[in-house]
Design a protein around this ligand. Structure first.
Ligand SMILES: Cc1cc2nc3c(=O)[nH]c(=O)nc-3n(C[C@H](O)[C@H](O)[C@H](O)COP(=O)(O)OP(=O)(O)OC[C@H]3O[C@@H](n4cnc5c(N)ncnc54)[C@H](O)[C@@H]3O)c2cc1C
Length: 465
């Protein structure tokens, strides 16, 4: 009988696992994909909300793609139970699927703060395609939107609603915005940037309840004040979707524990993406609930399910945001203070922090206007320096003591680009999945904004085309 792979979740982790399975096992196996939603990429939702792409661009596969990959879809269904000993999953319609290999790629869900009023119309999370459609209905120029939570996802949505010209207020329980991504000083620059653009930020307070007052919502805060709103976006963190596994025998800490091949304590059961607690590139373990980790996890798990022996080096924690025209990025162990250097120019604003462990850079924060192309290049270079774990030698003192803004020289001298080019997650080059919503092709005529114009001009000068 053909080997049967069952995959739970059609997000980036699940879809990239399917691609990897078919790369190494073009035929001779069955793939069953169970998901309560269609196949799409959540990270595209903000672009959909602000009208930069249509809804079809959010989707990552259609019937033809799934057929090409030989996938039997079970959409609109949930797995409610996994039985590793019998190698079965039970679906919410009562049916059962037998598997040889199972991939748990169930992602995560928004946490719900314990306050009254979360179910009122006008109160929403932004996590699903359904949420995005609701948010488009609820918001528009001048609409008052209150955000509960000033974290990474909240700020991605904030940026999209800023583009929709909403009237924005952010509430954050911690003492500064983006507490899991930036230090106090960098966050202060972000807060000032937002204030200059009319976005109100209130830190150190929390919402106690939300009430319906006529056609509007009223958010009652812990300091006794209240805010009126047309829409409230709840963005108070996420938690991995692992509850349905609790009595299965599969080892779970915060997420499903996986080894360097993305296997759980049952070697024929894998986990990938937001629900998996895997190896951190810089040491230890963790959940990195970001798209690049989901993709890499999915590819490694898929290759191993297809009989390869692929070992994953680990994922790098990273967050890169556009906050209403200000780039904020942090990588790795950015919070460390023992061996670090900081540089700040609040006037522009620009902020840098690099964290070192011996001869290596292990963390960084970079902040600067999105209009600054050099700054954007630095975000990529700092990521490369950390990701390759390159030994800095004398370049550490160069960056730390004399030239913290000149990443280019160490990046070039240490051959970081070459190391990155030679690094692949799988032992084969990547391939285009071949899916385009509506067969859309790149539009060379569309104006892609000022950065792109500068890059295109530089490219023309250097390469003559
Ligand atoms: C608005 C938004 C913007 C984002 N922007 C970025 C960004 O800019 N950069 C970045 O790196 N990351 C971003 N992310 C995070 C990124 O989208 C996630 O890390 C990524 O989607 C994780 O992929 P996944 O495949 O692990 O899980 P998911 O994409 O969550 O997919 C899992 C799927 O499994 C389904 N499922 C769950 N349980 C079951 C079950 N029991 N049975 C059947 N199906 C089930 C879920 O409903 C879901 O459809 C963003 C997220 C959001 C919400």
């Amino acid at each position: 009988m053909a080997q049967r792979h069952v995959i739970i979740g059609a997000g980036p982790a699940g879809m990239h696992a399917i691609e990897a399975i078919r790369r190494f096992q073009p035929e001779g196996s069955e793939i069953h994909l169970v998901c309560d939603e269609p196949a799409y990429a959540r990270m595209v939702l903000p672009y959909y909300i602000c009208g930069e792409v249509g809804e079809d661009h959010v989707l990552t596969a259609d019937d033809a793609t799934l057929k090409r990959f030989g996938v039997t879809p079970h959409f609109g269904k949930r797995v409610v139970r996994v039985n590793p000993n019998e190698r079965t999953v039970q679906l919410d319609d009562g049916s059962t699927l037998q598997f040889d290999n199972l991939l748990i790629a169930t992602g995560s869900s928004p946490a719900r703060p314990p306050i009254d009023g979360l179910d009122l119309p006008g109160v929403t999370t932004l996590w699903t395609l359904e949420d995005a459609r609701r948010l488009i209905e609820l918001t528009g120029p001048g609409k008052r939107v209150v955000f509960l939570g000033a974290g990474f996802i909240g700020f991605i949505v904030l940026n999209a609603l800023y583009k929709r010209r909403c009237d924005l207020t952010v509430i954050e329980l911690q003492e500064h915005v983006l507490p899991r991504m930036l230090d106090r000083e960098a966050a202060g620059l972000v807060e000032r940037w937002l204030a200059d653009r009319g976005v109100r930020v209130r830190c150190g307070v929390q919402a106690e309840r939300i009430e319906q007052i006529d056609n509007a919502l009223r958010v009652r805060l812990s300091d006794g004040s209240a805010l009126d709103a047309d829409c409230v976006v709840v963005a108070t963190g996420v938690r991995p979707n692992v509850e349905f596994l609790r009595d299965s025998g599969i080892e779970i800490n915060e997420g499903v524990l996986v080894n360097e091949r993305l296997q759980t304590n049952f070697p024929f059961i894998y986990a990938a993406g937001d629900c998996a607690e895997g190896i951190d590139l810089l040491g230890g373990r963790g959940i990195h609930a970001i798209q690049p980790t989901a993709i890499e996890h999915g590819r490694v798990a898929g290759a191993n399910m297809a009989g390869q022996e692929v070992v994953y080096e680990g994922s790098l924690s990273m967050n890169v945001l556009d906050v209403c025209g200000l780039h904020a990025a942090s990588f790795g162990r950015w919070a460390g203070d023992e061996d670090s250097v900081r540089l700040s120019n609040p006037a522009r604003p620009v902020y840098r922090k690099y964290v070192f462990d011996g001869d290596r850079m292990v963390g960084a924060i970079i902040l600067g206007p999105t209009s600054d192309v050099a700054h954007l290049a630095d975000i990529g270079m700092v990521k490369g320096i950390i990701q390759t774990k390159v030994q800095l030698g004398p370049w550490k003192a160069y960056l730390k003591e004399s030239h913290p803004l000149d990443l280019r020289r160490p990046y070039a001298a240490l051959g970081v680009a070459k190391i990155l080019l030679e690094k692949t997650v799988l032992p084969v080059p990547s391939e285009d999945a071949g899916y385009r919503p509506g067969n859309v092709q790149p539009d060379s005529e569309r104006d892609k904004g000022p950065h792109h114009r500068v890059l295109a001009e530089t490219f023309r000068k250097v390469f003559g085309k």
